[in-house]
Design a protein around this ligand. Sequence first.
Ligand code: SF4
Ligand code: FE
Length: 491
Amino acid sequence: MALMTGKDYFDSLRRMKTRVYLRGEKVENWVDHPLISPSIRCAAMTYALAQNSEYEDLMTATSNLTGRKINRFTHLHQSAEDLVKKVKMQRLLGQKTASCFQRCVGMDAFNAVYSTTFEIDEASGTHYHENFKNFLIYVQDNDLMVDGAMTDPKGDRSKAPHEQADPDMFVRVVERRENGIVVCGAKCHQTGAVNSHWQLIMPTMAMGEADRDWAVSFACPSDAEGVYMVYGRQSCDTRKLEGCSIDVGNEKFGGQEALVVLDHVFIPNEYIFMNGEYAFAGMMVERFAGYHRQSYGGCKTGVGDVIIGAAALAAEYHGVEKASAVKDKLIEMIHLNETMYSCGVACSCEGCETKAGNYQIDLLLANVCKQNVTRFPYEIARLAEDIAGGLMVTMPSQVDFESELQVGSQGETISHICRKYFSGKEGIPAENRQRVLRFLENICLGADAVGYRTESLHGAGSPQAQRIMIARQGDIQGKKQMAKNITGIQK
Ligand code: SF4
Ligand code: FE
């Protein structure tokens, strides 16, 4: 099958029977729901841009499994150059959507599961790698979107999976049959889960022997029997229900997270990629997290480009674009943004081949990349808010800007009053200012702040997770030896 267009993608979702619950109700037509559709449009850009010859080199690749042309979001990276192209593709999509386009979690999971299953088979004589290759060929040939699902609810975090009062706090095998397994549990804050065709489940952390039943990886369709989802709300999300497109900030695009529940779901053998091999749970987690930490060096910098542009526009509309303090703030924003990008590119360039043959990023540099991402978007957002000024959060609604209600002594309407007092530099329509400030409000503290700020902090692992990896990969002993060599210390 050829690569899907954005429209094909929407149509493919309409054929699915995914069970979605939102604000206490089951949503039958979730594809067109105003709270959900911006996130689907956003993911659809991963399809639409792949159709554009200008972006063909970044957005598509040749499958090492079939030799066929595929969307890069379903690709197994074959070189360091492929890893760099991945980051560039994500920056491009961030620039086009100013939001989380969601499809990266699947791509990152494919690459982690591919290499890990190879090594499980090598050690255990299992055949998970073959299962996974067949699954991935199906995904590539049908150009599917897959949710790479890792994060379990985790319950009491001081306890291992088998110690939890409720064993469902981590996804687990509840029954083993000749032809497959039955699984229970849930995955939390799953990016793009609702509009993914399939779920690719992975364990959430390293596990011991007693956690054997929780060391499980598999794939299932998003609308499989027993799967349902509860949609996560976002700050100010109900603005999307008001019919005021300007007040939404980014009307077209948005991100999405959901709780994915697996209630006694049967998984046939061919879709199982780990089933009790607890010693490899940590490897799968580390690899997926590494790839996803690299991803943030791409997507967040693309969104950062739009934020910097919006802040520069706000300065222009306020009439302060020539002020040296404003110029310096914009320079600082660019510096921070490009530093994140540099880390994304660096961990890609330093990538190396796995035993399975696909390429993996340099884990230390990927963790440094994400550690910076836990900080810099906050500073970029702070500087954007600084340039935007308080009007960003005090401006009346779009309804007021359009209200014909007469209030002034000369019969002036509220619309007239708003436009008069909220116009800035001469010749710039007040609506331009409205649009750019509402965009910044939304991305800094509205619905899209989920993707730009909180996800920068907690997505792909919270800051401490990267610090653990940096400690592990940072080779302090080697550095001590270097210091000894230079200073002539013998022992
Ligand atoms: Fe992709 Fe970034 Fe969204 Fe993760 S946060 S899915 S890397 S766009
Ligand atoms: Fe994420």
